[in-house]
Design a binder for this molecule. Structure first.
Ligand code: FES
Length: 526
């Protein structure tokens, strides 16, 4: 019963005499179960549901100093404050008073903003420890308190400026894909945000805290590009800050990063992928993270490996350095393309007579065939040099890169030439790891609509191990779903069959024996 006036929100809970007969009782008021404990220090009321997994605290063990231990997993709470003495989340407490022989309890409607603040504090604590279940509870509490999940994501992306030493990465890209995948479905959004933010948390644990330069420098495009080329991260970041100081933003930085990226083969195709995902992320989360995203991208651009400088891919830069010379030749069938070593493939791709989009699709089909013919047994070989190490991700990146190339080059056709050569780099590299014989397409797969419906639903309950592996599954499903709408029926069948093989094949995450053998070989040459 609720009383009003100067006894606002006080409820008559139970007769005092009742509680004196025992050390506890439980009363249901509105939709809440309130547990009352009669201790040497007085009567205390707390929510009956343990904040850990919801088991009833009325069954708990009273200890000295107003301490109650939950008997399910040992969390213990201070009955006065509700704080967890053992465990993590606090339990809700309620003021109690005695009036006319009755125990009265005050249940004040919660202030949602206070609840949101508390949930965010909890989230940050759980994030720092990668306490996955606690992160889930904090996200749910925040959402119940009418907090927007986007706000937690914005908060997390901002924090990543100091926690992600490599800048924009798979966690950021995955966040964009997760948001897209969940759409407007609130239940799916909860899962998506948990998984996406869990990935940020995981990265944070393994990265040292990273200081970003606070200073800004007067913006200059040429200086910015030179700083990235020189891998001078502090200078590039300060210039990026300078750009925002004069009101510039992602729309101004993006073309420069794009230009710089497509002048090189760097980061195993990741810069192009990340830039597309960054744009998507900004569309979802808004300009509150615009500067952070640009700084993170700049940081990644400065540290991305420069593969076009290593002998294997030097030909890429050599070709781009001279004018394009189109010849009266056509690319062979994708089955042939996928077997060509890159020293032959790159000049052929550069000079073939087809339109860029035709070449793009041929190379995409060849990349799908590479996946279908990937000799997965190579993942298990122990005694081999590092240069022979290969796994699924070497193949999937050829597909996700192709998707991002289309995204960028459709708007800026000058990017096609470099992008097609990069596609050829992926294929040439992977051609060493294929099985002999014909390409086997799985003819029993459902049509594209049903296939993607099943695979997308499965992503919300996957257990693919480390986040890096689950985010690649997500990235591939998302990329192939977009790609099949752009290509011929035959290429579409190849892509879906390749994706299916990837999703249903074992994927090694560790190679203990190989790792130590290769480490020994490395250090023995020091
Ligand atoms: S449910 Fe109470 S400690 Fe786990």
């Amino acid at each position: 019963m609720q009383t009003t006036g100067n006894t606002l929100f006080w409820h008559k809970a139970t007769a005092l005499v009742q509680l004196e007969k025992s050390d506890r009782t439980i009363v249901k008021i509105d939709d809440k179960q309130i547990a009352f404990f009669n201790t040497d220090d007085g009567i205390f009321a707390i929510n009956n549901r343990c904040p850990h997994e919801g088991y009833p605290l009325i069954e708990g063990s009273l200890q000295g100093d107003c301490k109650l231990a939950c008997n399910w997993h040992g969390w213990a709470f201070d009955l006065k404050s509700g704080k967890a003495i053992q465990g993590r989340d606090a339990v809700k407490t309620y003021p109690v008073k005695i009036h006319d022989g009755y125990v009265m309890v005050q249940i004040v409607p919660p202030d949602k903003s206070v609840l949101r603040t508390a949930a965010l504090v909890e989230f940050d604590e759980a994030f720092a420890e990668h306490d996955y279940e606690r992160m889930a509870r904090a996200i749910c509490r925040y959402e119940i308190a009418e907090g927007s999940l986007d706000a937690i994501a914005i908060h997390t992306v901002k924090v990543s400026l100091t926690t992600h030493e490599r800048g924009f990465g798979h966690a950021h890209a995955g966040l964009a894909d997760w948001i897209s995948l969940a759409g407007d479905d609130n239940e799916l959004r909860l899962v998506a945000f948990l998984e996406a933010l869990g990935h940020f948390s995981w990265d944070t644990i393994f990265n040292p805290r990273t200081a970003f330069p606070e200073r800004s420098l007067a913006w200059d495009q040429a200086d910015f590009l030179s700083a990235i080329d020189a891998m001078d991260q502090p200078l590039a970041l300060s210039l990026c800050r300078g750009a925002f100081e004069i009101g510039l933003g992602f729309a101004d930085i993006r073309p420069l990063l794009l230009e710089q990226n497509f002048r090189h083969y760097a980061g195993f195709g990741h810069p192009a992928i990340y830039l597309a995902k960054a744009e998507q992320l900004l569309e979802y989360l808004g300009n509150e993270i615009e500067e952070t995203v640009c700084l993170l991208l700049t940081r990644y651009w400065c540290i991305a490996a420069r593969e076009d400088l290593i002998p294997e891919f030097k030909q890429f830069g050599d070709l781009l350095a001279v004018s394009k010379n189109t010849e009266d030749i056509l690319l062979p069938q994708p089955e042939i393309l996928c077997e060509m070593p890159q020293r032959k493939l790159l000049p052929l791709v550069d000079s073939a007579a087809e339109e860029d989009m035709e070449k793009w699709e041929s190379l995409l089909a060849a990349s799908a065939i590479c996946m279908l013919r990937f000799d997965t047994a190579r993942q298990d070989i122990v005694d081999q040099p590092i240069a022979q190490n290969v796994g699924w991700l070497a193949f999937t990146h050829a597909i996700t890169f192709a998707e991002s190339l289309y995204f960028h080059a459709e708007r800026d056709p000058s990017l096609w030439r470099s992008g097609l050569l990069q596609q050829a780099c992926f294929i040439g590299r992977n051609s060493r790891f294929l099985t002999q014989g014909p390409t086997i397409i799985n003819a029993t797969l459902p049509d594209a609509t049903d296939f993607f419906a099943v695979q997308k639903a499965a992503l919300f309950n996957m257990d693919a191990g480390d986040y890096i592996y689950s985010v690649h599954r997500l990235k591939m499903v998302s990329a192939v779903e977009k790609l099949v709408k752009l290509v011929s029926h035959d290429t579409s069948k190849l892509l879906i069959s390749a994706l299916n093989k990837y999703l249903s094949s074992p994927l090694r995450q560790k190679h203990p024996a190989r790792t130590i053998l290769q480490a020994k070989a490395t250090v023995s040459r020091e």
